[in-house]
Write a new protein. Structure first.
Length: 178
């Protein structure tokens, strides 16, 4: 994800064109979306937990890099198993965020892709760029297996970019802005 992925704002008479983009962080529960948001903005703005449904509302964090401002929106994990009222509400939140953003970060666990991930991928808008974030890279023991996994992922959708990382490692997260 480079600053080129962020649409330009109006040029000002004072200087160069500034850029600002709204970016959704989307995935099934417990793939590290909130941890990623906290790492992207450099402070804890979203609660993290191993328990599903910790994030129940859209949570926004902002980071400025040079002349670009990134507005990240952490979303609840998309619920696919139960049709309870809470799950429907959480899913409406995700759909609402997706309608408003310029870019989607689709977060999955590196080397893993299950039915719940496929359901979330299926709801992502075709008209928006989607970056595949393979999170929890530090938990992958056989990194050589990532290449065939990535090939399979690219066959599912034409992702704008693929970024393997561990949201808990600052150096990995910093690569998103280069």
């Amino acid at each position: 994800m480079t600053t080129d992925a962020v649409p330009p704002a109006a040029a000002t008479a004072d200087g160069p064109t500034q850029r600002c983009g709204l970016i959704a962080i989307v995935g099934r529960p417990n793939v590290g979306k909130s941890t990623l948001l906290n790492a992207l903005v450099g402070q804890k703005v979203s609660i993290t937990s191993d328990k599903a449904q910790t994030t129940r509302h859209r949570i926004t964090g902002v980071r400025t890099v040079d002349e670009a401002q990134f507005v990240f929106v952490d979303t609840p994990g998309f619920q696919t198993k139960h049709n309870a009222a809470l799950n429907r509400t959480l899913n409406r939140t995700v759909h609402g965020v997706l309608a408003d953003v310029d870019l989607v970060l689709f977060v999955v666990e590196a080397g893993r892709f299950g039915l719940d991930d496929a359901k979330v991928l299926g709801l992502l808008p075709e008209d928006k760029p989607v970056v595949l974030i393979a999170n929890k890279l530090d938990a992958v023991h056989r990194r050589a297996e990532l290449a065939p996994w990535l090939k399979g992922m690219q066959e599912r959708r034409n992702f704008t970019e693929f970024v393997p990382l561990s949201a808990k490692k600052e150096a990995d997260v910093t690569r998103l802005f280069k």
